[in-house]
Ligand binder design. Sequence first.
Ligand code: HPA
Length: 272
Amino acid sequence: MQQLREAADFIRRQLGDFQPEFGIILGTGLGALVKELEIQHEFSYDDLPHFSTSTVESHSGKLLGGIFAGRRVLVMQGRFHYYEGYTMQQVVFPVRVMKLLGIQKLFVSNAAGGLNPDFAMSDLMLIEDHLNLLPTNPLIGPNLDELGSRFPDMLEPYDHTLLAQAQRAAHDLGFTNYVRRGVYASLPGPMLETPAEYRYLRTIGADAVGMSTVPEVIAARHMNLPVLAISVITDLCSPGKLKKVDIADILRAAAAAEPRLTALIRAVLERQ
Ligand code: HPA
C-alpha cells in the first residue's frame, strides 16, 4: 500500500491539475489509439517509483495522460504479463495506481485466440465473463483493506451498462458484423495452447483465450471499478482452423482491427 501511495503521489505531482477520469490498457499490438490521444503527460514505466519494466518487444511500457474523445484519460501503453515472471501484485500495480489517481472506469484491450467457431480474424469480442486459469491471482495474500474487501463479489466482472453502450456504439458505427460477445479464458503462457487444450477451453465455455486481462480485472473489481474489456481476435483456434501462428501474424491481425477498436472505445467514452 505504501508503494502504491508513493507511486500515485509521484504521478499526481507531475499531473498537476490534470485529473484523470478513465483508465485504458492497450494490449499486444494495440497501441494505435495513442495516435489519437492529445498527450499532455508521458512517463516511461522505468521512471516511475515501484513500477516494473516491460520486457516484451511488442509493448512499449509507458503511462500517458491526455485527452481522448474529449475525456481525461490515463493510458497504459504496454502492460505487465504473468509470463514475464512478475508477481500478480506487480502485474496489477499500475491499475491500482490509476484508481488511486481517481479513474472512475477501466477500459481494457487484449489480443486473443478465437475458440468460438463463428469468430473471424480481427473480430472484436466484448468480454462478458472470464475463466481465470492462471495459477494465482492478485488478491492472494493480506487484503489491502483501503482498496477493497477481503471477498469481493464477482457476479458482474464486466459492467453491464458499459457492455450495452459498447453494443449500441458498435451498431451506430456499422461494426455489428465484427463485434462479438463472449467468455475470455486467461492462461499463463507464454507458449500458445495445444490442440487438446483448445478443445478443453471450448468445452468449458471459453470463446477466446489469452494471457492477460483477468488479473487487472480482478484488481479493478476488488476496487469496485467498472470494467469494459475487448479482445481482438488475432488467430483462430477452433478445430479445423488451427494453424501455426507467430507473433508477426498476431501483430498483423491486431493492426487490422485497431481502427475499429479505437473507434469503439472512443464512442463508448463519448457516452460517459
Ligand atoms: N492463445 C492463442 N492464441 C492467442 C493467444 C493465446 O494466448 N493470444 C493471442 N492469440
